[in-house]
Design a protein around this ligand. Structure first.
Ligand code: ZN
Length: 308
């Protein structure tokens, strides 16, 4: 894996990207540089030779195969890589990652520029990329705040349409927080807004020593009086009276803005079903975390899941 090359990925403009991946060989070279395809196979051939060479093959899907330098037996270049289960061309998958990471990810955009045959391919691949984001956070859990940091927390109601029951709507609660300094955030779906639900989430996502700002929702009453009273400092603002506390200047406008961004982003995702809200939040958190380097990090995340 070429780390110096990975660092440049998010500076590529579209012409440079097209040039870099203009044919299958270049796509394979690219994949080798970023660690999505190896420079050889780890295992030997049937006769246990370990002399794999990349060779041209008119019969192979990608036009290239691994060929044993001794007995000439072959393996597909997708073996053991994350391309192994896909019928798409390597270039289509790479294009999807490029466009998705640059937030040029509307269905119409992806379908046209990745040359996808159907709408369901777009949906499948967007879900796949979101799963990658989710798995990233399982391996690298989010923890925001810390000593000297302020984290704003809040709950927000999202409309949930029940498609199979006509026009009934109900609320899905989302609970989240944002670090004022680093802008890192977390957001999770919750079924209840009580202390028993919210306090464990606060403990999971917010580091000890943090000053937490919230509204005066009762569930937050014991944030600073729990089993470890020294863990957090807690300040509130009474939203029914002021949006900024006149004495302490406590406010939660950053988290309100975060909800607005999330809802706007969700609205722009055509055909978004509420069951995807959870993965949508994960994608949002992921994009926040990798700000200016999403292309590099979606590739690193895939690489971590499918090491070659
Ligand atoms: Zn062999």
């Amino acid at each position: 894996m070429n780390n110096a090359f990975l660092l440049t990925l998010d500076t590529l403009n579209f012409r440079e990207w097209s040039e870099l991946t203009s044919n299958t060989k270049k796509c394979i070279d690219f994949c080798q540089q970023v660690g999505l395809i190896g420079y050889t196979l780890n295992e030997g051939c049937a006769k246990d030779h370990k002399k794999w060479k990349l060779g041209v093959s008119s019969r192979a899907t990608d036009g290239y195969v691994w060929r044993c330098g001794e007995c000439k037996s072959t393996r597909t270049i997708r073996d053991g890589t994350f391309f192994s289960k896909s019928k798409l061309e390597i270039r289509q998958v790479l294009d999807l990652m490029y466009f998705w990471s640059q937030s040029l990810d509307s269905h119409a955009m992806l379908r046209r520029h990745c040359n996808f045959a159907s709408e369901s391919t777009v949906v499948d691949w967007k879900n796949f990329v979101r799963d990658i984001c989710g798995e990233y956070f399982l391996k690298h859990p989010v923890a925001i705040g810390g000593v000297g940091h302020i984290v704003e927390i809040d709950e927000s109601a999202w409309t949930k349409r029940k498609y199979n029951r006509g026009r009934t709507v109900s609320n899905q609660w989302v609970f989240g927080g944002i670090d004022r300094d680093t802008r890192e955030c977390f957001a999770v779906l919750v079924d209840h807004r009580d202390a028993a639900t919210l306090l464990p989430i606060i403990n999971e996502f917010i580091l000890p020593g943090t000053t937490i700002y919230s509204d005066q929702w009762a569930a937050y009453n014991n944030i600073a009086n729990g089993a470890h009273p020294q863990k957090y400092t807690h300040q509130t603002v009474n939203h029914s009276v002021n949006f900024v506390d006149p004495i302490t200047h406590t406010h939660t406008q950053n988290i309100e803005n975060l909800w607005m961004c999330m809802k706007m982003k969700k609205k722009s995702q055509m055909g978004q079903h509420v069951s995807l809200l959870g993965t949508h939040l994960v994608e949002f958190m992921w994009r926040r975390r990798f700000g200016e380097r999403p292309f590099e990090y979606i590739i690193r995340s895939i690489q971590e899941k499918y090491p070659v």
